[in-house]
Design a protein around this ligand. Sequence first.
Ligand SMILES: [Zn+2]
Length: 62
Amino acid sequence: MKPTGKCFCGCGQSIKGKAFFIASHDRRAESKVIKARYGSIAQFVVAHGYGPDHPNGGAPGR
Ligand SMILES: [Zn+2]
């Protein structure tokens, strides 16, 4: 994947150079996807095998 000159968060603003995001828009894009797909950051980390019992990741339910 390569930068396109437009911010990847979807705001439509253009960027100079090889950045994917305008400053701090990467965070905005992250939380948008996480909330849409998982509902919350807690559900997101657990769905990927992380969470309070698996700080470094691991198989869920182990
Ligand atoms: Zn943006």
